[in-house]
Unconditional design. Structure first.
Length: 111
């Protein structure tokens, strides 16, 4: 009984992040013993990601929520540099924006 109450509390605190590809709401459901699925709710999402696990819903949610933050880091560095440089060089915004997009693209391609 206590174990179920703890499991329910964990489930209540595990918030699903949106789909990493289209930004739509993610959905989670359990089936069988400790089997669960998290997937993108958007039927128009071109990727339609889905994660399945037999470790329990909390494990599946943690797997879904695990994200690679290299793109966010690259964008943050670019934005900071843009803020520092743009005041000195009028064309800096366009140059930095192009470089930031190239860096993000390189990261996405695994370079």
């Amino acid at each position: 009984m206590i174990s179920k109450a703890i499991d329910d509390l964990i489930k209540a605190n595990d918030e699903l992040l949106p789909c990493p590809f289209c930004g739509s709401e993610a959905r989670s459901y359990s089936y069988g013993i400790k089997a669960s699925v998290v997937h993108c709710s958007n039927e128009s999402c071109h990727v339609r990601p889905e994660i399945q696990s037999h470790g329990g819903e909390d494990v599946t949610i943690n797997m879904w929520n695990a994200r690679d933050d290299r793109c966010a880091t690259a964008l943050s560095v670019a934005v900071e540099a843009l803020g520092e440089i743009s005041g000195f060089y009028p064309e800096a915004e366009a140059i930095i924006a192009r470089k930031a997009l190239k860096t993000i693209n390189d990261i996405a391609e695994g370079k």
